[in-house]
Design a binder for this molecule. Structure first.
Ligand SMILES: [Fe+2]
Length: 201
């Protein structure tokens, strides 16, 4: 897989921005977070060195995760396999192979290809029949589900969340996701304390 030029990401970033802009118009808490993310992304220089593909075992689920004909799946399909996918949590004794089935590709952030000290933007991919256990971070987190209906838990509330949905996790609220038969692919953003890593609770 060849390295991506920053301009190769422009169509997907444009589609993500358009979803954020539509959600912003609803004016609720998620809409306000979408507006903040759009504001902060406007200050990010989306250029620089080629982005080197990392490869990752989770990519065996990518074709299924990008099978739909939505605008976001269509924009991600040609490029997502070449993203810098990684899994950086400490190993868990109760799920020693979890890092084979969960990965993140951060595109914007403090150490991402497009640098920002105020906002992160990336993708999360989880394989089928997996629990992404409860974790917590001080950043405010928003997700936009690209594909896969999973069970999302934040605080005491669990619900099934279909593709096209936005989810907001307030700062330091523990949350978890459980996939069913489909992989879950979602865009995430962080604002606030973006330099403090997520940890399992
Ligand atoms: Fe999170």
């Amino acid at each position: 897989m060849a390295a991506l030029e920053p301009r190769d990401l422009a169509p997907a970033l444009s589609v993500i921005r358009s979803h954020l802009a539509r959600r912003q118009a609803e004016g609720d808490a998620i809409g306000r977070e979408a507006a903040l993310v759009l504001d902060l992304l406007a200050d990010v220089t989306m250029s620089g060195d080629p982005i080197e593909p990392s490869g990752h075992p989770v990519l065996r689920h990518l074709t299924a995760a990008l099978a739909s004909s939505t605008d976001i799946a269509t924009a991600l399909r040609p490029i997502a396999a070449a993203f810098p996918w990684h899994y950086s949590y400490a190993p868990r004794a109760d799920a020693p192979d979890l890092g084979q089935d969960i990965a993140f590709a951060e595109l914007v952030g403090p150490v991402a290809p497009f640098r920002s000290a105020t906002v992160c933007l990336g993708l999360l991919l989880i394989g089928p029949h997996r629990l992404y256990p409860h974790h917590v971070h001080p950043a405010v987190e928003m997700y936009f589900v690209v594909s896969g209906t999973a069970s999302w838990t934040a605080g005491q509330v669990s619900r099934r969340v279909p593709p096209g949905s936005f989810i907001l996790h307030p700062a330091s609220m523990p949350h978890a996701m459980r996939t069913d038969a489909e992989p879950l692919l979602a865009v995430y953003t962080w604002t606030g304390e973006v330099s403090v890593a997520s940890t399992y609770t």
